[in-house]
Design a protein around this ligand. Structure first.
Ligand SMILES: NC(=O)c1ccc[n+]([C@@H]2O[C@H](COP(=O)([O-])OP(=O)(O)OC[C@H]3O[C@@H](n4cnc5c(N)ncnc54)[C@H](O)[C@@H]3O)[C@@H](O)[C@H]2O)c1
Length: 302
């Protein structure tokens, strides 16, 4: 990746661990100056520390790169502004931002507390807004535009025990697509990466998942931040190990119209909907049914 981002100034949030660390190292080895923005918290967002941000900066510098550490909470407006301003104050501009910071508070929706919901939405979703807002305000005034990269998850389509996380990641998709639409005319692109990689966040998933390594994610982030990808915007790319997939743009798939342009009645819909437009089963429903059948079989045996 040497030289791919030569001279660019990039903020990476959540850069102290896992996927963010791999992206920060990838950006630095591609020639970028990197703000390593990480609050240094545990998986649930507690116990902040500056140690991880400092150690990633030390790694980058030891490899001959340029980076600075910022251990601020990017879910606050001040934290997002500070991360962007650090790049501008130190190196003169902000060319890209990758929002990787995240926490987990898993719980079934009926047991989830308000705090568990709010904290996850705040770190993931607001943590993108604080950076996008401050970065785009500067990027739109630069001749060179810029790049925003959000980190979502396949879980944005729904997740049994992570309603807060799923909602936050769905919000990241909508926020990023909105940024892409608003910023196109200013030469700023905005895309999402949906990774799956072995990190402390993924190690407790109670079933088998397809996962690669954090280093597999970095080249896609570097590409999306580069000049040759500037025309690519409002996309979601999955990256897992050697596989990169693009998601469909969302849209309605089938429509039906009330006869004679009248309004529908519930009875009319009951009669027409199943054969005219039907339903699309959520892809996870079949998996849940299979797990339930397995659970019942093993319960019957005991
Ligand atoms: N690991 C996976 O398989 C996977 C799958 C889908 C999505 N993701 C997403 O990728 C991102 C990175 O995940 P990871 O697995 O590398 O997790 P990780 O726990 O290894 O790293 C997350 C980092 O974010 C930092 N952070 C948390 N709250 C912060 C805050 N308020 N301000 C600044 N920094 C903060 C943490 O200190 C930590 O260093 C997350 O957004 C996660 O949701 C990961």
């Amino acid at each position: 990746m040497t030289g791919y981002l030569q001279g660019k100034n990039i903020v990476v949030t959540g850069a102290g661990n896992g996927i963010g660390r791999a992206i920060a190292l990838g950006c630095a080895s591609a020639g970028a100056n990197v703000v390593v923005a990480d609050y240094g918290v545990s998986l649930d967002g507690s116990d902040p520390s500056s140690v991880v941000a400092d150690s990633v900066v030390a790694e980058i510098e030891a490899a001959g790169g340029t980076a600075l550490a910022l251990a601020s909470d990017i879910s606050t407006m001040e934290g997002g502004a500070a991360a962007v301003q650090a790049a501008v104050d130190t190196w003169g501009s902000i060319d890209g931002a990758v929002c990787v910071a995240g926490i987990l508070r898993e719980r079934m929706i009926f047991n989830m507390t308000e705090e568990e919901f709010d904290d996850v939405i705040r770190v993931h979703l607001k943590g993108h807004f604080t950076v996008y807002k401050h970065a785009s305000a500067i990027m739109r005034k630069q001749d060179t535009g810029g790049s925003l990269v959000g980190v979502t998850s396949g879980a944005f389509t729904g997740s049994t025990s992570q309603a807060n996380y799923s909602a936050a990641k769905g919000g990241v998709v909508s926020l990023t697509k909105s940024a892409a639409l608003a910023l196109k005319r200013y030469g700023v692109n905005a895309n999402c990466i949906a990774p799956s990689a072995r990190t402390r966040m993924s190690e407790n998933v109670p079933f088998e998942i397809e996962a690669g390594e954090p280093d597999d994610v970095a080249p896609l982030a570097v590409f999306l931040l580069g000049d040759t990808a500037r025309h690519i915007t409002a996309q979601i790319y999955t990256v897992i190990g050697p596989r990169i997939s693009v998601w469909a743009q969302f849209g309605e798939v089938r429509s039906m119209f009330a006869p004679g342009g009248a309004s529908w009645t519930p009875e009319g819909i009951e009669e027409a909907l199943p054969r005219a437009i039907g339903t699309e089963e959520h892809p996870t429903m079949a998996l849940l049914a299979q797990r339930e059948a397995e659970r019942q079989t093993s319960q019957a045996k005991t």
